[in-house]
Design a protein around this ligand. Sequence first.
Ligand code: F3S
Length: 283
Amino acid sequence: MEVKLAKSAGFCFGVKRAVDTVYKEIEKNRDEIYTFGPIIHNDEVVRDFEQKGVKVLQSEEELRQLKRGCVIIRSHGVSKHIYDIIKENQLTFVDATCPFVRKIHKIVEKESKGGSQILIIGNEKHPEVAGIKGWCSGSVAVIETKEEAMNLNMDRKRKVSIVSQTTFNYNKFKDLVEIISKRGYDISVLNTICNATEERQTEAMEIAKDVEAMIVIGGTHSSNTQKLYEICKRECENTYYIQTSEGLDLDLLESINSVGITAGASTPNNIIEEVQKSVRDKF
Ligand code: F3S
């Protein structure tokens, strides 16, 4: 069987940086270490950190009650008021916000201070979007679908600055911007989609076109993995979404001659390797 592993599978730059940050803090072994939310959308990695004593703060309330320790901010970033709580409580913190996300914070902060309304294209429930929202000082809206773009109700007399969640699909982003532009808004568009996502999506699509089955590896809550799955499924009917090699039913690949493998941004290398190995070993 031919196995094609995507070069762009797995950790992106920002996630690698955040995970390395936690390992570095563990090595220093000085304070109690907390991450504000799970450091990445991968249960295996989070469990490994927990075993090493890193605790996950699940809510703002938990952060408010914390009076000592070191808080690591994950690659998704957080809103401004989270930094304020950390300072008020005199906690130490290490900021592992991905620089590309931090750039969006700076854009929306500047644009909204300059009087613009902010439109974020992305998933409102995603922590990255919540973080971006938290840097806007004026009017802000989040849309994700064509219907929401059609129904957008912002002030047409004022400029609308559009940014995107870093993991949003580029074509969908273009479509939504076009709808908004046709509705007569005075827009300024900043494509803040991260290249890592685009590259991973394009490569996955190309591989999926070419193979008889496609395996997408990633956490069930990882939005970028879900998108990778959607893209691959469109090109290749036999696309399987798994978290680890245990989730892979090798019997499904029995009569297949070529398999592609890709993985979301928060999937560690050892998991990708394991999946690749179990496919190669079996066939
Ligand atoms: Fe950063 Fe892009 Fe990854 S924004 S966290 S490098 S997907």
